[in-house]
Structure formats: C-alpha cells, structure tokens
Design a protein around this ligand. Structure first.
Ligand code: NDP
Length: 280
C-alpha cells in the first residue's frame, strides 16, 4: 500500500517510544495509508518541526518529553483542557490549522475505570508534580474525587501544580514520613507519577510505608513495566496497575482525533504488550 499520510512522535530522545509500535498496526488494521515515524527533535528544531506539520499529507503528531509545554507556542489552538494541564501531547492537523490536545488525561481516567469499575474512590495520593502528575490530577478531578494529595521532591513544584489546577481539590504535602504516612492511611489510590521506576531498585518512597495503605487500595505506577513499587504492593496483597493501559488509551484517543475513526484498541494493546515483552 502506498503510504500517503504521515504522522510521528516529536521528542528528544524518542528512540525508546512505544508509540510507532502501537500506532502503525492501528493504521494498517483499518487500511489507512499512513506511516507513523520517530521524529527526534532537539529544542532548537521544534519551530521548524511544528511548521512541517502544516504539510497537507500530515495528519498530526504525538508530543513527548521535553516539548509538551513549549509546543503550545507554535499551535493555532490549544483545547481548554490541555491549556489547563499546561501540556499538549497530541497535535491534530485539521483544515490547515494545528490544534493541541492532551489525551493523557482521558488515557489515565479510562485505565482507572477499567481497573476498578465499581469502586467508590474518594482520596488519592499522587507522587510527583510533573506533566504526568498534572494529567492524573485532572483525570481524578473529572472522576469526582474529593481529596487529591500531591507529594513531590520539590514542594514548590507541587504547590505550583495545585495553584494552576484550582479549583481542583488538591492538597500538597512533603515526602517526609511524618507527612506522608498519615496520607497513605486514608488513600484509596496511590499513584507514582515520578520518573522513578524505570530501573530496578528505584522507588518513589520506602516500600515498607506501603503497609500504611488500606487493604483495598490500588497502587498505580505510570511506568509501563512491573516496577519494584508494584511488586512490593502485590506482595502486601494490594491491587496494582501499571502505565501500559494509560499509554494505549491515550494513543487510542489521539488516533481517533487524527482520523475521525474509532481506534482498534485490541490491536494497539497487543502491539504495546509485545513491544514491552521484547524489551524486558
Ligand atoms: P517530568 O519530568 O515532568 O516530572 C518528573 C517527576 O519525577 C517530578 O515530579 C520530579 O520531581 C520527579 N523526580 C524525578 N527524579 C526524581 C528523584 N530522583 N527523586 C524524587 N523525585 C524525582 O516527567 P513526566 O511527568 O512527564 O513523567 C513522569 C513519569 O510518568 C515518567 O516515568 C513517564 O515515563 C511516565 N508517563 C507515563 C505515561 C503513560 O502513558 N503511562 C504518560 C506520561 C508519562 P521534581 O519536581 O522534584 O524534579
């Protein structure tokens, strides 16, 4: 099939991205003649890269670290939700206009609903205050949580998150045992949204503190591997969820925005799982 349309993931680095592995089979499955590529883009090349998205054959792009914020300056429109999150992870090229959206929010919400469809979740504790933590906080607000606590190495960054996302019900605490353990005791969900977890031995908090969580709590790690945090949580009988479903659901939402078609979820999930298995 001659590939007429083009898409790609913009970031620096992007070599590790699972997006092409998951998006290309989705386009192929629906017979859409598109190629999804890796577009490594140092910061100085970002304006030219975004300008190139205006080519009529480009459907859009995914945006990853470190450009999720900077990209907003080069777009014609940013959706209110992405503007509120302060991050764009998807650019849609529509009728000559470049629109920025944030599908991480829906991706996380969908993965959470799937993991605990009937649970009444009220309190959540997020570790981390970067772009992913912002998306998680907005998803939890949309799901109706009444208390969302954010704990981060840099407390100032957590405070900025809470201020930017007002009126979401966000409180800030430190990572000190004295502050964190009482929060763990009343949390129905613990979410690791820090970048710690990609390597064995990396944990966002001392694992023995997991004992403070209620027995029916869910421990989520946005890292899409079985992290030490998730293993330790399971050993304590807690339910766990890794970041792969979020990755797939945010990608499926982006696919739908680019093409106007429902994404072939099963195809994407299978491709993402296979790619993860091949890497581990
Ligand atoms: P950011 O760089 O924006 O934020 C990183 C966060 O990790 C900050 O809160 C930072 O704290 C914290 N952190 C980094 N190093 C340390 C450390 N040594 N000790 C304590 N805290 C640390 O990254 P993102 O928010 O974009 O991504 C966070 C994670 O989420 C990554 O692992 C990413 O791969 C994953 N992710 C997964 C997605 C999915 O679909 N599953 C989607 C998006 C992200 P500080 O502010 O103090 O520096």
């Amino acid at each position: 099939m001659t590939k007429r349309f083009r898409l790609g993931v913009i970031g620096d680095p992007v070599a590790h991205s699972l997006s092409p592995t998951m998006q290309q089979p989705a386009f192929d499955a629906l017979g859409i003649p598109a190629v999804y590529e890796l577009w490594p883009t140092p910061a100085r090349e970002l304006p030219a890269r975004i300008m190139a998205l205006r080519d009529p054959d480009v459907l859009g792009a995914s945006v990853t670290v470190p450009h999720k914020q900077a990209v907003m300056d080069y777009l014609d429109e940013v959706t209110p939700l992405a503007r509120r999150a302060g991050a764009v992870n998807t650019v849609i090229h529509r009728d000559g206009q470049l629109i920025g959206d944030n599908t991480d929010i829906e991706g996380f919400a969908t993965s959470l609903i799937e993991a605990c469809p009937n649970a009444r979740v009220r309190y959540a504790l997020i570790l981390g205050a970067g772009g992913a933590a912002r998306a998680v906080a907005l998803a939890l607000e949309a799901l109706g949580l009444t208390r969302i606590v954010v704990a981060n190495r840099s407390v100032e960054r957590a405070q900025a998150l809470a201020a930017d996302l007002e009126p979401a019900p966000i409180a800030v605490t430190s990572l000190d045992e004295r502050d964190l353990v009482p929060e763990l005791r009343r949390s129905s969900i613990l979410i690791n949204a820090t970048s710690l977890g990609w390597h064995p031995g990396e944990t966002p908090l001392p694992l023995e503190w997991l004992g403070a969580l209620p027995a029916n709590a869910l421990v989520v790690d946005l890292t899409y591997r079985d992290t030490d945090l998730l293993v330790a949580a399971r050993e304590r009988g807690l339910r766990t969820l890794d970041g792969l479903p979020m990755l797939v659901y945010q990608g499926a939402k982006a696919f739908q925005l680019w093409t106007g078609r429902e994404a072939p979820l099963a195809v994407m999930l299978k491709a993402a799982r296979q790619a993860r298995a091949a890497r581990s």
